[in-house]
Design a protein around this ligand. Sequence first.
Ligand code: 3HC
Ligand code: NAI
Length: 702
Amino acid sequence: MTSPVSFSKRGAIGIVNVNNQPVNALSQAVRQGIQDCVNEGAADAAVTAIIIIGEGRTYMAGADITEFGKPPMDPSLHAVIETIEDTKKPVISAIHGTALGGGLETALACHYRCAVASAKVGLPEVNLGILPGAGGTQRLPRLVGVEKALDMMTTGKPIGAKEALAQGVIDHIVDGDLLDGAVAYAEQVVAEGKPLVRVQDLEDKVAPARGNDDIYENYRKSVARRTRGFFAPDQIIDCVKDAVNLPFAEGLKMERERFVKCMTSPQAAGLMYAFFTERAANKIPDIPRDTPLRDLNKVGIIGCGTMGGGIAMNFASAGIPVTILEMSEEALDRGLGIIKGNYAATVKKGRLSQDRMDAAMGNITGTSNYEDLSDVDMVIEAVFEEMDVKHKVFARLDEVCKPGTILATNTSGLDVNEIADGTSRPGDVVGLHFFSPANVMRLLEVVRGAKTEKDVLATVMKMTKSIGKIGVMVGVCEGFVGNRMLGPYLREANFLIEEGATPAQVDAAVFNLGLAMGPFTMSDLAGNDVGWRIRKGKAGERRNDVRYSDVGDRICEQGWFGQKTKRGWYIYEEGSRTPKPDPEVEAIIRQSAKENGIAQRDISDQEIIERCFYSMVNEGAKILEEGMAIRASDIDVIWLNGYGFPSYRGGPMMWGDTEGLANVVDRLKHYQAEHPGPFWEISPLLIRLASEGKTFADYDKE
Ligand code: 3HC
Ligand code: NAI
């Protein structure tokens, strides 16, 4: 078998070329290849220095994650790193793309590092539930100091080459061709007789922190909110403390022990699952990868309200010109003003340069004339949620748009097929369900209509990535996937308070499972009046024989819409966003229960979790059996990225697997017996998987 790593020479400079595309992950063959090639360069008397460089779009992006959990294969990354660091000639990393995880750790073992200006370097292991396990926790603090190392490793965020140079992670930025620049740099290192710097020997950045252990406790407190529930960040902080206080070899030993602890924790399994499933979601079984794509150079948006404005920002920021159509000049001015304000706020926070804001705003044009949309490649409609209005908009688009324009709707609840059938080109119509705020939330449900053409779907799935979103394909059903599963969760939360739990108890149980907030805190934040208005509109459809909780309506009738009115499910003191339990709300709940003949009792947290989330898992199974999601893992991607389900649990379906599907079915049967009626009908798919001793992960492989 040919090695993915080759050795060649440019004059007296040896070049170790890693070619394991797409991301040059450090598989066993790559590790072996690097070790052999570095040794070859070291043994060649004509070679004065050695460069390690990656082929294709990037330097090495880390260990090969697909090897995790399998028996270790020699040489270990540690051994390769030792070989590099102990080489008696300068070894220099030449970085482009991203040097991440084990890739950066390999670079840190080199005596010098150079990079192109567009390169990024980082240690993102924390995102996989692990820590940098090949010396990264010990070497990085020796280069950048304690605080910066902690930030880089507990957030996992990479830094750009310019900052990396300023911080001392790299030593030189190459202009122009990387290999040419790296060879020149290597020749300079040799000519100047620069020392063989071993990062492990550096002291300057860590010595001042020695003995000052308050740093770590203070840091833990400062990141407690961000890292709540996660296992690896604490372990990383401990490793940095050891990097400062222990000799290198001992620190390395502790790093290895903690790495194994992280790797064998259920969190690593959940987070690695999240990494791969996010990428799997982009693959659609019946749409070949080489499907010819439609052009997407210019986009139109209809409606510049909450969603339209945010959607437009995604394209404008990605450099794609957008034309936004509104009903009136006034509405347009208001909408464009909000977009400008949003960009300006980001500039003020230092997260966007003024130049980039100006460029993005320059990509946006407003209009009230449909003729201006005659040349766009895609239109996304985000007008009021009324079928009549949508039909009128699509009829106009049908008239003015050129053949082949993709016609997308951002509807959150209307039938995409009905919208499509109102046009002469239903094959061009697709749902693009963005989440609010649309310029921030990464999730995008791509709604496949009955007649949507495959090339339309392939084009929009590709587009999701280019505007920084995670696209997941779903079918046409009420609420699509995410909001449909929210249904049973919210329903049970409301029933539970009627039966005796308090909003605070329900919220605490959900918070403790790892979600950012529970349903009542969330509703107060979003505004209770939104759902109330929808419920009032649907009051005529309500069946008398199906249980309905009217507590939320009673709260809204008081004018208690949530944080914006200082009262909702909770009470908020002036200037505070902290929810405080409200005895008057609790009295309203008791009164409602009494009037509806519901006995109140003590409710355990376990029951809260089972009723809120097992019902959700059951709904997920129904979604799968109806073909509304392609994979259970797609449902998990939706819940991690759109609803704040804790990523270390993988998502609700993976969590269902870990709870045990047979157990889930048993408990669903229990609640079905306690609460007869349609709500607890159990999915036949779920029953089948449970009876066969299978999981949703097995289902995805079927
Ligand atoms: N191992 C194995 N496969 C990997 C991989 C890795 N480290 N990184 C990416 N891949 C795969 C992806 O699964 C994907 O496969 P697919 O085409 O079959 O779906 C393919 O490479 C391309 O990846 P992306 O679609 O993500 O490509 P992008 O260009 O969008 O992004 C990237 C590139 C920024 C490198 C991104 O892939 C990434 O962030 N990768 C993970 C980096 C990482 O976490 N590194 C640390 C690994 S752990 C480690 O090093 C432990 C060490 O400390 C001992
Ligand atoms: P919004 O009320 O904030 O904005 C709608 C905008 O459309 C208004 O500015 C209005 O002037 C404009 N508009 C109405 N009719 C028009 C027409 N015929 N031509 C041109 N412009 C017209 O509403 P929002 O919240 O932005 O919702 C828009 C759509 O997005 C709805 O279908 C909604 O269901 C959906 N959606 C909303 C989400 C949310 O959280 N707000 C989330 C996901 C989808």
